[in-house]
Design a protein around this ligand. Structure first.
Ligand code: WQD
Length: 343
């Protein structure tokens, strides 16, 4: 089993769920986060869920000195790198901010790891590296033609990781290409708590169900899909977290660079998600069909066979559980910008 693991972005949505899974699997972890889009309130929730306090360091991955000190003082053996910016639309408006945070941040982290001879690295990548589908489902061999600065930042870090893996055969690297993470831990103590108006579909539906938003805008119903609305591969965040634990185990006996799709392999349309949520929340989600979102892709979903074969991992939680856990968490969390800054 790997020794102590540093989780950058560990108080964020996926980082915090992964912290629960790793702790409950017996791993020692340390969370490292600049709290720019999360709150250290999460630490109390993690302590309640796991039954023990989780060490936390407030820091930015671009702060090389703080990183090296953290790696040294906590005797870190492996790193899971979640810290970064992740909104496609925002990345189009502020590309330099995305490249600075996501690429410069990764390079700063990788340099710090090199000084400590830490060889195990798991990178939070994204299916957005694939861009417009040349074929579906996406397998890991599909060309990576990312269409936006966010997707390109993930693709560039993957390529940097390929080059350093070629230069050092001792490195053990996994790039995990997430499809669409949704849902929350069953305790309802952690989940997706977007600041202000969320961009993504599931939290937007939840806001309408809560009455925090009048209606949902459906971005186009004239796509070449089953019902004309966008199709995506939604994955429960706990399945995603378990995929990270499986990747860590895989890297204990495999060196080199590896990419894995983390998805369910099933696509659902916007309307299918709306109806599934209405069923779980026993409500009606008012919606209005609006223009397509510029740059949006009609349909994509994963071929998850490689992760099943090499990681012994596949999703276990269905759409019903994704909607139910989102709804239960939402009822506990007020969607407002001060939620994050709440001390
Ligand atoms: C899903 C579908 C929209 C909101 C995003 C990030 C991507 C990745 C996964 C990190 C699409 C439609 C949405 C709404 C709608 N995250 N939609 N009304 O765009 O597939 O990807 O999450 O890696 O980087 O961009 O997810 O949830 O935003 O959209 O009709 O109010 O729902 O058009 O078809 P997306 P999403």
């Amino acid at each position: 089993m790997a020794g102590r693991i540093l989780i950058t972005g560990g108080t964020g949505y996926i980082g915090s769920h992964t912290a629960v899974v790793l702790t409950q699997s017996g791993h020692d972890i340390v969370l490292y986060d600049n709290l720019s889009s999360s709150s250290d309130v999460i630490l109390d929730a993690l302590k309640e869920i796991t039954g023990k306090p989780i060490p936390f360091v407030k820091g930015d991955v671009r702060d090389a000195d703080r990183l090296v000190h953290t790696l040294k003082s906590h005797k870190i053996d492996a790193v899971m790198h979640f810290a970064g910016l992740k909104a496609v639309g925002e990345s189009v408006e502020k590309p330099l901010e995305y490249f600075t945070n996501n690429i410069q941040g990764a390079i700063s982290l990788l340099n710090a790891l090199q000084t400590q001879s830490i060889n195990t690295f798991i990178f939070s990548s994204s299916a957005t590296v694939y861009g417009e589908p040349e074929y579906l489902p996406f397998d890991e061999e599909h060309p990576t033609n990312a269409l936006n600065p966010y997707g390109r930042s993930k693709k560039h870090v993957e390529e940097i990781l390929q080059d350093i893996a070629s230069s050092n055969p001792a490195l053990r690297i996994a790039c995990l290409r997430y499809f669409n993470p949704v849902g929350a831990h069953e305790s309802r103590l952690i989940g997706e708590i977007p600041k202000g108006n969320p961009n993504n579909l599931m939290p937007s539906i939840a806001q309408v169900a809560m009455g925090d938003r009048e209606e949902l805008c459906v971005f186009g119903d004239d796509y070449p899909t089953s019902d004309g609305t966008g199709v995506r591969d939604y994955i429960h965040v706990m399945d995603l977290a378990e995929g990270h634990a499986a990747s860590l185990t895989f890297l204990e006996s495999n060196t080199g660079w590896h990419a894995f799709n983390l998805g369910s392999g099933t696509g659902y349309s916007v309307m299918e998600l709306i109806h599934a949520f209405e069923k779980e929340a026993n409500c009606t989600i008012p919606y209005r069909i609006t223009e397509r979102l510029a740059g949006d892709i009609a349909e994509y979903y994963s071929n998850p066979d490689k992760a099943a074969k090499l990681l012994g991992w596949k999703t276990k939680r269905n759409l019903k559980k994704m909607c139910a856990s989102t709804w239960k968490k939402t009822k506990l969390t007020l969607y407002s910008s001060d939620t994050i800054s709440q001390k």
